[in-house]
Design a protein around this ligand. Structure first.
Ligand SMILES: Nc1ncnc2c1ncn2[C@@H]1O[C@H](COP(=O)(O)OP(=O)(O)OP(=O)(O)O)[C@@H](O)[C@H]1O
Ligand SMILES: [Mg+2]
Length: 371
């Protein structure tokens, strides 16, 4: 487990990269999540305070290539910019999305976040001090990273209080990869943003509650503890739905596609004991990790988490929500990322089913529509 030191700061407005030439205020925005198993695209528009889901689309990596879109090796970025851009273009064409402004989510393991303190100083002195100090805190040469920073406590100009800075560094290579993908897909890269930030923006409605957001995808699970929009803790684990599929495929002696279907259809409610037992065996260590994270959080902050929000495609597995509830003794919800958007009512049931996979893409797109 790798703790992500994104702790204790209001991350809501933090876009890691913003193209300075694209600072217009867009009425439409495309959010793109290049996941291991599939690429998800949503197009949102904004009218006053209301936001509309204009279009959406998804393409599974198995439908196109033998390899997942994202490389299995952590830390490496996209499998192939060319393949990803082709897949993105195919979704845009299929969903008839004409909007060019796009925000890509970036996996948490591709960003590096830290915080440090500076002595009291004026607003004018601050940027230089941050850039001068940054290299001490990031493991990559400053010339190879794109930096973004925020004052998270202290007041520039106040002669007494030190200033706390949150620094986000993203390797230039990662930004360039997304720029290339966007360009090849005919899009303008408006920003890139860490997945965890998109998730809290779209899923957290209550500013007072402490929520643990668990996103279970194909390759990784991220566990974030939030207080309102403030991201307090963020962890990622190398466990997710892909391993469940693999285990079901081994137990039943069937291929991956069939095993995935059985797992998704029956899950923990399967009539076959060997399927249930196999799934429990893999899910229990995840629950142990979550319990540990919640306990550590309680020790550090003296606060109990009020609820668990499950998201990511695997959160739809039958029986999983109930098993989490029973094991963690907390309220567990699978929130719908589309719930506050306008869309034709006839789509309601379909969107509800797809929602868990689209949380990240919707969250980053919403960020692009904020004032
Ligand atoms: N209805 C469903 N019930 C159960 N599992 C499902 C369902 N739909 C999709 N899944 C599973 O969810 C996983 C895909 O989730 P998701 O789309 O969130 O992953 P990803 O974002 O591509 O991966 P990662 O975030 O790990 O890179 C797959 O393992 C798939 O089998
Ligand atoms: Mg994902």
């Amino acid at each position: 487990m790798s703790p992500n030191p994104l702790a204790n700061f209001n991350m809501e407005k933090l876009n890691i990269f913003r193209n300075p030439f694209k600072m217009f205020f867009p009425k439409k925005m495309v959010g793109i999540d290049v996941g291991t198993g599939s690429i998800k695209v949503v197009e949102l528009s904004r009218w006053g305070q209301g936001k509309t889901l204009e279009n959406y689309g998804e393409i599974k990596s198995s439908a196109l290539y033998k390899e997942p879109f994202r490389n299995v090796e952590k830390g490496s970025n996209l499998l192939s910019n060319y393949f990803v851009s082709r897949a993105v273009r195919a979704i845009l064409d299929e969903a008839r999305i004409k909007t060019k402004a796009a925000i890509f989510s970036i996996p948490d393991f591709s960003t590096f976040c830290t915080s440090f303190e500076l002595p009291p100083m004026s607003q004018k002195e601050l940027p230089e001090a941050v850039y001068y100090s940054a290299p001490q805190y990031i493991p990559l040469p400053a010339t190879e990273t794109t930096l973004d920073w925020r004052v998270v406590s202290g007041e520039p100009g106040d002669k007494k209080t030190p200033i706390k800075i949150l620094l986000v560094a993203i390797p230039n290579q990662v930004v360039q990869d997304y720029q290339k993908v966007a360009q090849m897909a005919g899009l303008d890269l408006y920003a890139v943003e860490a997945e965890a930030l998109g998730l809290s923006r779209v899923l957290i409605k209550d500013e007072k509650s402490y929520i643990c957001v668990v996103d279970i995808g194909v390759q990784s699970t991220t566990i974030n503890v939030t207080h309102g929009q403030n991201l307090k803790k963020s962890y990622s684990l190398d466990f997710a739905g892909g391993q469940l599929t693999y285990a079901v495929s081994s137990v039943l002696g069937v291929g991956r596609v069939e095993a995935d279907e059985i797992k998704n259809r029956e899950g923990l409610m399967s009539q076959q004991k060997n399927i249930r037992d196999t799934l429990y065996l893999l899910i229990d260590p995840l629950l142990v990790e979550i319990k540990k994270i919640l306990y550590d959080f309680y020790l550090q902050e003296n606060k109990e988490v009020d609820a668990i929000y499950l998201t990511g495609g695997t959160s739809s597995m039958p029986g999983l929500k109930e098993y989490f509830e029973e094991s963690l003794r907390k309220k567990v919800e699978v929130p719908n990322c589309f719930s506050e958007l306008l869309y034709p009512p006839i789509l309601g049931r379909t969107l509800e089913k797809m929602a868990p996979s689209f949380s990240v893409a919707t969250g980053v797109a919403l960020g692009g529509l904020e004032t």
